[in-house]
Design a protein around this ligand. Structure first.
Ligand code: AMP
Length: 397
């Protein structure tokens, strides 16, 4: 059980509450927000503090300004969108120093229930280095600290870890929800427990596979990763994505699955093409019959059926990584079919952020999932069994 204070353990009335959010939202080149899910996810915490008469000082990073003031990474569009969503004014403290004179002034003039959003914390190079001076500056604005940024919980930065040294701290509702749902799925899942892993590289997911093999009943491996496993089985993979230096590891992982009696499923057929292009001609072939001049870009219909049956039998499912090159419409079918199978399942379904969350968004099936994480990297580290520094730093109950 997670033994950390949550926002309801704090008395926020009349207090200045510094809230770390993850407002790192995608924007187009004109700085229009293209997906505001992360902003909407922060609303319960903000609304709670308003209702209980606190003053809210919000902070976040956005993109990678690399410790410099770059206006294309300004949080101003976020302040506007947040104000729209809340139906309430959000004062944007457009201060290049983040905590400079103008931000201090804006905060000092706040009344209970009012909201100030600070400028992008990554305009300061001290942020990512978790330098104490910046953490102290941020903390000096407030009486209490609430961490509601799950997306950066796997990083130890000044605005999520450093500040906890100087203020009483607690989790916000989003962080609590993410940790409760994913923590339970990993530590005490309803069985059968199925993990679905896809995406480009085995090397990015070794830790996840190793940790999940200790916990799951079945493990599906799809996407580009699968071809390194094929090679380990002695299949030819043509020009498919292959990590030669991970073939032995793939063999070991398959052996480990066998020893642990985990049902490890690989695709039985693949959609293959000559080139890595959407309009490249394609066909479906069995997994051991990939022609030498073709590459696997998606799972085939036989595999969709096999994986869907496994999904139907599971009670807890975590999914991370697409089944194919879902950015290209001709090779998105497998990923979409898996999203649909998850949507139709009665199991606890958890989508681990990043590309799989984007794929689910595209299919419009968000509401049919138990939980879509707002943190790709952070949820992956949870699946790896690691402690997240942003959570560890929060005060114990
Ligand atoms: P990851 O960030 O490791 O989850 O990988 C996601 C990326 O994997 C996406 O951009 C997909 O296009 C890519 N991907 C999935 N399947 C394949 C495949 N068969 N060949 C090449 N890339 C793939």
């Amino acid at each position: 059980m997670l033994n950390k204070k949550s926002i309801e353990d704090l008395n926020v009335s009349g207090k200045r509450v510094l809230v770390r959010c993850d407002f790192n939202v995608p924007m187009d080149k004109d700085q229009n927000i293209t997906d505001d899910r992360r902003i909407r996810s922060a609303l319960p915490t903000i609304e709670y503090i308003i209702k209980n008469g606190g003053k809210i000082i919000l902070m976040s990073h956005l993109g990678r300004p690399k410790g410099e003031v770059k206006k294309e990474f300004s949080l101003e569009p976020v302040a506007k969108r947040l104000a729209n969503l809340l139906g309430k004014e959000v004062m944007f403290a457009d201060d290049d120093e983040v905590v400079g004179e103008s931000a201090r002034k804006a905060v000092s003039e706040m009344k209970d229930g009012e909201i100030v959003l600070l400028q992008n914390t990554r305009f300061r190079k001290e942020e990512k280095k978790n330098e104490e001076s910046f953490a102290k500056d941020l903390a000096s604005l407030a009486d209490l600290f609430v961490n509601d940024a799950f997306g950066t919980a796997h990083r130890a930065h000044a605005s999520n870890v450093g500040v906890t040294k100087f203020l009483p701290s607690a989790m916000g509702y989003l962080v609590k929800k993410e940790m409760d749902i994913m923590g339970k799925a990993i530590s005490n899942p309803e069985k059968p427990f199925l993990a679905i892993l896809g995406g480009a590289k085995v090397s990015d997911k070794i830790g996840v596979i190793e940790n999940l093999l200790e916990k799951v009943d079945s493990l599906i491996i799809g996407g580009g990763m699968a071809y390194t496993f094929y090679k380990a089985k002695g299949y030819d993979v043509g020009t498919s994505l292959l990590e030669e230096d991970k073939v032995d590891l793939a063999k070991e992982l398959m052996q480990k699955a066998e020893n642990k009696e985990v049902n490890l499923l690989l695709p039985v057929d693949n959609v293959v093409a000559k080139e890595f292009k959407n309009d490249s001609e394609y066909e479906t072939v069995d997994s051991n019959k990939i022609p030498e001049d073709m590459m696997g870009l998606d799972i085939g219909n036989g595999t969709i059926e096999l994986f869907s049956n496994e999904i139907e039998n599971a009670k807890t499912i975590v999914w991370n990584g697409p089944m194919g090159v879902f950015e290209m419409s001709n090779f998105a079918k497998g990923t979409n079919a898996i999203a649909k199978a998850l949507a139709n399942s009665d199991a606890i379904t958890i989508i681990g952020g990043g590309d799989s969350a984007a794929a689910v968004e595209k299919t419009g099936l968000n509401d049919k999932m138990t939980h879509i994480s707002t943190g790709g990297g952070a949820s992956l580290e949870l699946f790896e069994g690691k402690d997240l520094p942003g959570i560890v730093a929060i005060e114990n109950k």
